[in-house]
Design a protein around this ligand. Sequence first.
Ligand code: PLP
Length: 437
Amino acid sequence: MVFSRLFGKSVPPVAPPPREDAISEPNVTFDPRDEGVESPTDETWLARAHRVIVGGASTGSKRADRIYGAVADGPTHFIRASGCRVETTEGDQLVDCTMALGSVAIGYAEPQLTRAVIEALANGHVSGLSAAHEVEVAERLCGVIPCAEKVQFLKTGAEAMSAAIRIARAYTGRDTVIGCGYFGWHDWSADSDGVPDATQQQFRRVPFDDVNALERAVSDAGGGVAAIAIEPVIERLPSKEWIAAARRLCDAQGAVLIFDEIKTGFRLATGGYQQYAEIAPDLAAFGKAMANGYPLSAVCGHAALMDAAEKTWISSTLASEAGALAAAAAVLAWHERADLCAQLWTTGKDMREAVGAAIRASGVSGVTVDGIDPMWLLRFEDPERETAFLEAAVRNGVLFKRGAYNFAAIAHDEDALREIEAGASAAFVELRERDER
Ligand SMILES: Cc1ncc(COP(=O)(O)O)c(C=O)c1O
């Protein structure tokens, strides 16, 4: 094994380069002769990752303990993904029910979309000028998102939500934000080490779907509310009363209503929960499925509000790079051609029913299927049994999400649904047998 020497450290070679055909012809099918990629050192990929990457994975939800639970003994790295299938570094083929934390609603390496991205990259995806794609995608987003009159692109969901909050504060001249949901890791909504107390005090967290708590939080803020920020679906749809109360309280206070549509956008409906429920916020953040997993997010809303962004400074060097924008353009074209979201509801229902049937057939207890059809979850009473199930499911060819959503994708076809049911059944039977030992 050849190690280059760099400042006295031995540096193992990186993972193999992409196959040449991945460039000329997008990777659409698995080659059964592929055998996985052994780590070129004596260590596993996970051990190598733990040595040099915080927590072993830069995306928190992809850390081994987040995938499996405290005791982790399943695959953690992949070399190829296509459709709804993932090939692990060990050469195992898994049907993926997590779809990259809901960022992929069409499928991995979808050929048409991949070609659009490759073409944008080949044409030069950045320059000293803005990419024309930026204008085109912004125009199209304004056509499909009810609240959108103006758009600003960023790269991550956390960035888009931070931008929405900054715009609301700049517009209202107030500081307090009332919020419900997960908005990413940025300071304004985090109560964790490293976030100043003063910042935390400007954010009041309220429980989901609780009108009284929302009214109390607004009244406690004494007229200082800049925004109410809501993740509109948390394991279930909210009551119409709660959303209407948020709208009413914002209107009465002159505060800004923000929907975080990072998970719900391009999934519940193309234009997100606001289109699905027919109630528009003032600002909204989109990301994830908007570019089918390519790094792109957007804050959007009424023009008068969005123009307040010019009173402050929100900017990122690569916000308008054309590769991710080309992916978003391809996603938008897909939504124009077909009712992709209707298909996600149907496919999600089929996935849930397949897993529900597996639970019933195996006779296992202490687990239920919850959530809504396009984003559903397995709820275990005992976390240790959840870990045992997840590891068994992976051994039987299916990757489920621990303690959070599984997401439907167009790529979950009938074969995949059959494999999900068979994999879940085998894993639940293993779990029942383990319970009986
Ligand atoms: C509702 C919601 N908002 C914001 C975020 C943060 O997005 P990102 O991880 O792209 O920063 C997430 C991520 O899961 C999310 O689900």
